[in-house]
Design a protein around this ligand. Structure first.
Ligand code: SME
Length: 149
């Protein structure tokens, strides 16, 4: 599945659209094609502030459009610079719930010139669905997106 999606992500990146339209198209592609991806979105560092701001996303609207560094899974990844796989969100103390249907989450940082400037965030309604293949694929997605930022 992920091997088939990689060229589709690359062709969106190479297409003739604004960066925001490309990121939205990628969110919609991933949500539509990966059965265990129920919400897909990008957060980016909000200027010079130590907070994340929601960018493009596919899935239900969320109240969490601003997340301070250190808060929730997303805020922790803003500081750790490392992938964060959460097989069971209920087992996390520092977690910001977006929907009661969400059971698991993965957040992968997005680097531009070596700097952690944002992240891709996936929520799943399935328990413990994420593997190393998800991590490798989402690292690829972020590498591609960094080319248009
Ligand atoms: N669950 C995230 C908040 C963002 S929503 O999933 C869209 C967190 O704990 O950081």
């Amino acid at each position: 599945m992920f091997n088939a999606l990689r060229p589709q992500v690359s062709s969106i990146i190479d297409s003739n659209q604004t960066p925001d339209a490309k990121m939205l198209a990628i969110c919609e592609l991933l949500k539509a094609e990966v059965p265990h991806y129920d919400w897909v979105g990008f957060y980016f560092k909000n200027g010079e502030k130590r907070e994340l701001k929601l960018g493009q996303y596919a899935g239900a609207p969320t109240d969490h459009t601003i997340i301070p560094f250190g808060k929730g899974i997303c805020g922790q990844v803003a500081e750790s610079n490392e992938n964060f796989v959460v097989p069971d969100v209920q087992a996390q103390d520092n977690y910001i719930a977006c929907s009661i249907t969400v059971k698991s989450e993965i957040v992968v940082p997005l680097f531009l010139n070596g700097e952690n400037i944002g992240q891709i965030d996936i929520d799943s309604n399935t328990s413990d669905p994420f593997t190393k293949a998800d991590e490798a694929f989402l690292e690829f997605v972020n590498f591609e997106v960094a080319k248009i930022l």
